[in-house]
Design a binder for this molecule. Structure first.
Ligand code: SF4
Length: 445
């Protein structure tokens, strides 16, 4: 299969496509080509940092579609304009920024004889590591900066028995981890309350669904995508302690200033957020905790930014996604006054990104000596080694249950002759390099 991978925008976008390319090359049967190489699939990672970026993104999608290829679009432009992009000629999928890993599934599904609608055995070499399963769509909130709730409509959920069926299929196909995704995952099942879908089982909610999946399937590891802080309940915390639900939560904070949070129409205040997160971290050791933060929201002066900085310093986030605010047409926030100038947004983003890097580094440092379950995503290629440089080392990249990226040097795997992609191995964290933990496989007796 010939695949073209094209990106616009920042280094993050570029590195994401490099990751996708590395992963695809490791699976064989795929040629990476340019638009002039008669691609069958084009993946376009779009950008929306300026109006010009929006324009360039649309142009690139049109050029890709003109080749006759199926076009998969992701990145910030399609994130903000998913319906418009979906309607563009030739576009087959619009993939959310949080689900870019699923692009690997989409492409390899084309060459694998085991898809979720086909129970044939998965051929060796085509094994994927994580399956992204959408269980929910839409959102009933109306955050003032967000266009997604308008684009996606009211919250609605996939029926629980269908979710269980698809998780079982994913396990049969060899997946060791299923990631449950949705636009507003924490609203799962709310619309079932008054229906006859579930009888005598209590009010269905996300925790209820997780209990059901864990009881009725053999999925080795289940992971949640983004959740709102108010949707983390005691039942969920218990499940996070149980071993099969990955100890990882992504909880968007957006701002640490209460006035800005109100302007954003978020449903919590900073004190409530801090209290809940501290409780979680106390109860669940080595919890991986991610967040999203918007800098430069209208009205964010230095005092408001300092409040955000102070909350972020206090909370034990293990990684952070920092976004500079830009007004989106059709949102309430686009009409707010007191816009923040670009250089200020840039400076504040830089401060938060430096803090994020430091938090990640110290989290990995604290993990030294711990043994984590690592799902191998790709390996066996020289140069694919935690940024050590092409051809310098050789090893395996994976993701731990707490979402730390782990690199296992090949020299630690001689006892076993290597590790297959998609396998789960226990590895002791022995060091770190450039934002990745270094792991040493533990041989269990
Ligand atoms: S919770 Fe807010 S930010 Fe998230 S999709 Fe709904 S409206 Fe948008």
């Amino acid at each position: 299969m010939k695949v073209a991978l094209l990106t616009l925008g920042c280094k993050v976008n570029q590195s994401e496509l490099i990751d996708i390319e590395t992963s695809l090359r490791g699976r064989g049967h795929i040629n990476i080509v340019g638009l002039d190489g008669a691609p069958e699939i084009c993946v376009i990672n779009t950008c929306s940092v300026t109006a010009k970026s929006d324009y360039q993104s649309r142009q690139l999608i049109r050029r890709a579609a003109a080749t006759g290829a199926r076009v998969i679009v992701t990145g910030c432009y399609s994130e903000l304009n998913p319906l418009a992009v979906k309607d563009m000629k030739g576009v087959s999928h619009v993939v959310s920024n949080n689900e870019k890993d699923s692009i690997i599934n989409m492409i390899t599904d084309e060459i694998s004889s085991c898809t979720l609608d086909n129970q044939a055995a998965l051929p060796r070499g085509a094994r994927r590591s994580r399956y992204f399963l959408k269980i929910q769509d839409g959102c009933d909130y109306s955050c003032s900066y967000c266009i997604v709730w308008k684009a996606r409509g009211r919250a609605r959920s996939v029926r629980p028995d269908e979710v269980v069926r698809r998780v079982r299929r994913a396990v049969e196909c060899g997946y060791k981890e299923v990631v449950l995704t949705g636009i507003h995952l924490g609203l799962y099942g709310r619309e079932f309350d008054d229906s006859n879908l579930i009888r005598g089982a209590g009010a269905p909610c996300l925790s209820w669904l997780l209990e059901k999946i864990l009881a009725e399937t053999d999925v080795p590891r289940l992971r949640l995508s983004s959740l709102e802080i108010n949707e983390v309940d005691g039942r969920l915390l218990d499940l996070l302690k149980g071993g099969r639900l990955a100890r990882h939560l992504h909880l968007p904070l957006q701002s640490g200033d209460d006035r800005i949070l109100k302007l954003m129409k978020r449903h919590y205040d900073s004190a409530g957020f801090i209290g809940k997160v501290n409780k979680m971290v106390k109860e669940i050791p080595s919890l991986g905790l991610g967040t999203d933060v918007i800098v430069g929201f209208p009205g964010e002066g230095e005092p408001e930014f300092k409040n955000t900085l102070s909350v972020l310093r206090e909370l034990p986030f293990t990684y952070m996604h920092v976004f500079a605010y830009s007004p989106r047409p059709g949102t309430e926030a686009a009409h707010l006054s007191a816009a923040v100038e670009s250089p200020i947004k840039k400076r504040r983003s830089g401060i938060l990104r430096a803090l994020a890097a430091e938090k990640k580094r110290s989290f990995i440092e604290r993990l030294k000596g711990e043994t984590l379950g690592v799902l191998i995503e790709r390996g066996g290629e020289a140069g694919d080694c935690a940024g050590a440089g092409k051809g310098v080392c050789f090893g395996y990249r994976g993701v731990a249950d707490n979402y730390v990226k782990v690199f296992i040097p090949a020299e630690y795997t001689r006892f076993s002759g290597g590790i297959a992609d998609g396998s789960l191995v226990n590895a002791e964290i022995v060091g770190q390099k450039e934002g990745m933990a270094i792991g040493k496989p533990v041989i269990l007796s």
